[in-house]
Write a protein that binds this ligand. Structure first.
Ligand code: G3P
Length: 218
């Protein structure tokens, strides 16, 4: 499973990238809005740090505007993937951008039917926003399973991104389900690395070592 960071904060991205586990990044207008500075400059910084796919979302809501904006965003760097919100206008844009050889990430998808249409339109990635679905009292991972079965049934080329991840267990479930990508807030990535028993174990080892007055003379 690919691990992507769901952030536009370059410092956070560099910190996680240093672990050697980062395969890509997703941004969205809200994540970009949190960061100071020009959006294009932010995206240029991110694409210079991360070699994998970096999703940059259009702001236009009409197909023509999405296509124009998406084409310009794709020109920022070879690893830019253009994020297009799901809908009739988005599907029109995805189809045209696909024909132009531009990779797209169809976002804000909350049903298998939406993912099916996006995949057939040529989206490189479709999403399951599990946290937002769970927030509504439904089961985000039922959608993950439904989309994966659908993509496999018809050998559709799109890959599934599990998005809107709220905690490490969402990542566990994503990997168990066989999702292609999990896009994860950096705080959750860091939480994945920790466990209370690990911390306790390290502290016990060090206490025993120091109590015995041991030292590596190397
Ligand atoms: O960036 C796409 C998605 O992961 C954001 O989801 O629910 O955390 O805003 P959310």
């Amino acid at each position: 499973m690919e691990i992507w960071a769901d952030t536009a904060n370059t410092a956070e991205i560099e910190k996680i990238n240093a672990l050697g586990i980062l395969d890509g990044v997703t941004t969205n207008p809200s994540l970009i809005a949190k960061e100071a500075g020009d959006p294009i400059a932010i995206l240029k910084r991110i694409t210079s740090v991360v070699k994998g796919p970096v999703s940059a979302e259009v702001i236009s809501v009409e197909a023509d505007g999405m296509i124009k904006e998406g084409t310009k965003l794709a020109g920022i760097a070879p690893n830019i993937v253009v994020k297009i919100p799901m809908g009739i206008e988005g599907l029109k844009a995805i189809k045209v951008l696909h024909q132009k050889g531009i990779r797209t990430n169809c976002t804000l998808t909350f049903s298998a039917n939406q993912a099916l249409l996006a995949a057939k339109a040529g989206a490189s990635y479709v999403n399951a926003f599990v946290g937002r679905i769970d927030d509504e009292g439904d089961d985000g991972f039922r959608l993950v399973q439904d989309i994966l079965v659908m993509l496999e049934n018809y050998k559709l080329q799109s890959e599934l991104i599990v998005a809107s991840i709220r905690h490490p267990w969402h990542v566990h479930l994503s990997a168990q389900a066989g999702a292609h990508v999990a896009t994860i807030p950096t705080a959750v990535i860091e939480k994945m690395a920790s466990h209370i028993r690990t911390t306790e174990g390290i502290n016990k080892f060090l206490a025993d070592w120091n109590k015995a007055g041991k030292e590596y003379k190397i």
